[in-house]
Write a protein that binds this ligand. Structure first.
Ligand code: HEM
Ligand code: NAG
Ligand code: NAG
Ligand code: NAG
Ligand code: NAG
Ligand code: NAG
Ligand code: NAG
Length: 325
């Protein structure tokens, strides 16, 4: 009897060591329940990018902001006074919600009640990268949708461009991501735009020095001072990856080597003393080796997409991404 118990326990340990640590998500999750879902999402993302190339960046960011707040559970898509949409990092900033609605409608028409909003964000993020010129990967699927938004969690957990690099590293560590992920995923800023209010502190009187941030290229300072005058419209935008705006490539890292990072948190990866020089050497590597950047970016996207997913019969598959069923 005792022997049998030990045997069963050993089997269990073996079973868990083989399967337990594996993600519960799989790339073929919808292969029989919704075989065309990838085509449908891709078609809708393609249409959205034809209308506005920047939408690829906006969709990529939605997946990131979803995953960092209590896992990839579609929580960022929920409407309401307690929504994550109203948290500081998202207010007047996160965009693409209408496009997600359009994708969801198309997916529901294909196979209703089957594909989660959280998975739609993961697929749309991948398609956005690919349609912008980046490498592709197989998206792990099978996430389910959460029932609650977490506005305070969004305020505290999402990185701010005013955070130090060490604080940003800590926020990534808190969701199971490391320094490599910080730098590779920051490469997401190879597409998209940011508003003056998020970097204008660098342009005139940086940290009370009476001068612009010395780690910003002087021509770029002059140009941005015109675009973002003091007391001007803080919602005016400019490219995160100057001179390579809509292309998913490693130009973002080349810019950092030339003091042309837009956000303090971008340039800090190369110029700050934080991160024990690890971020700086990764920036250098990615700037000279675009395939290393793409490989690491893809691996980090898969890691980020694996943050605390709801699986099995937990919670629900939302019918409308904005409200719980
Ligand atoms: C490392 C810490 C990060 C910080 C501090 C940060 C901060 C920001 C800020 C301030 C903006 C501009 C928002 C606005 O103008 O309203 C932005 C935009 C963007 N972020 Fe990040 N971000 C970070 C990491 C990431 C990651 C991990 C991704 C995805 C892999 C990402 C993807 C994007 C994209 C694509 C945009 C442009 C969105 C658009 O044009 O609509 N960011 N980010
Ligand atoms: C799918 O749509 C049909 C027809 O409108 C409806 O009867 C069914 O309940 C829906 N299934 C789910 C899971 O939403
Ligand atoms: C909201 O997020 C915070 C920070 O991650 C966490 O401590 C808290 O438990 C979350 N609240 C809910 C209701 O999930
Ligand atoms: C980060 O994690 C990945 C595996 O997920 C690993 O390959 C990489 O070496 C780690 N980077 C650091 C700096 O620890
Ligand atoms: C810059 O900011 C500091 C501290 O806020 C202030 O004392 C100083 O007068 C400012 N300098 C200029 C040139 O505005
Ligand atoms: C940006 O626009 C929104 C909506 O019009 C407005 O409420 C907000 O105050 C503006 N933000 C800045 C920094 O100008
Ligand atoms: C880079 O972009 C900036 C801002 O859009 C523009 O003023 C500048 O002329 C561009 N430089 C080159 C070399 O294309």
């Amino acid at each position: 009897m005792k022997k049998a118990c030990v045997f069963v326990a050993l089997l269990l340990v073996l079973f868990l060591s083989v399967f337990g640590v594996q993600s519960q998500l799989s790339t073929d999750f919808y292969s029989s329940s919704c075989p065309n879902v990838l085509k449908v999402v891709r078609r809708e993302v393609f249409k959205a990018l034809q209308t506005e190339m920047r939408m690829g960046a906006s969709l990529l960011r939605l997946h990131f902001h979803d995953c960092f707040v209590n896992g990839c559970d579609g929580s960022i898509l929920l409407d309401g006074s307690d929504s994550e949409k109203l948290a500081a990092p998202n207010l007047n900033s996160a965009r693409g919600f209408d496009v997600v609605d359009t994708i969801k409608t198309a997916v529901e028409n294909e196979c209703n009640g089957t594909v989660s909003c959280a998975d739609i964000l993961a697929i749309a993020a991948r398609d956005s990268v690919v349609l912008s010129g980046g490498n592709s990967w197989k998206v792990l699927l099978g996430r389910r949708d959460g029932l609650i938004a977490n506005q305070s969690g969004a305020n505290s957990g999402l990185p701010s461009p005013f955070d130090s690099i060490n604080t940003i590293i800590t926020k990534f560590n808190n969701v199971g991501l490391n320094v490599t992920d910080v730098v590779s995923l920051s490469g997401g800023h190879t597409i998209g735009r940011a508003r003056c209010v998020l970097f204008s502190n660098r342009l005139f009187n940086f940290s009370g020095t009476g001068a612009p941030d010395s780690t910003m290229d002087t021509d770029m300072v002059a140009d941005l001072q015109k675009l973002c005058p003091q007391n001007g419209d803080g919602n005016v935008t400019t490219a995160l990856d100057r001179n390579s705006t809509d292309v998913f490539d490693n130009h973002y890292f080349k810019n950092l080597l030339n003091n042309k990072g837009l956000l303090s948190s971008d340039q800090g990866l190369f110029s700050s003393a934080d991160g024990v020089a690890a971020t700086k050497s990764l920036v250098e590597s990615y700037s000279s080796d675009s395939s290393l950047f793409m490989t690491d970016f893809v691996n980090s996207m898969i890691k980020m997409g694996n943050i605390s997913p709801l699986t099995g019969s937990n919670e629900e598959i939302r019918k409308n991404c904005r409200v719980v069923n």
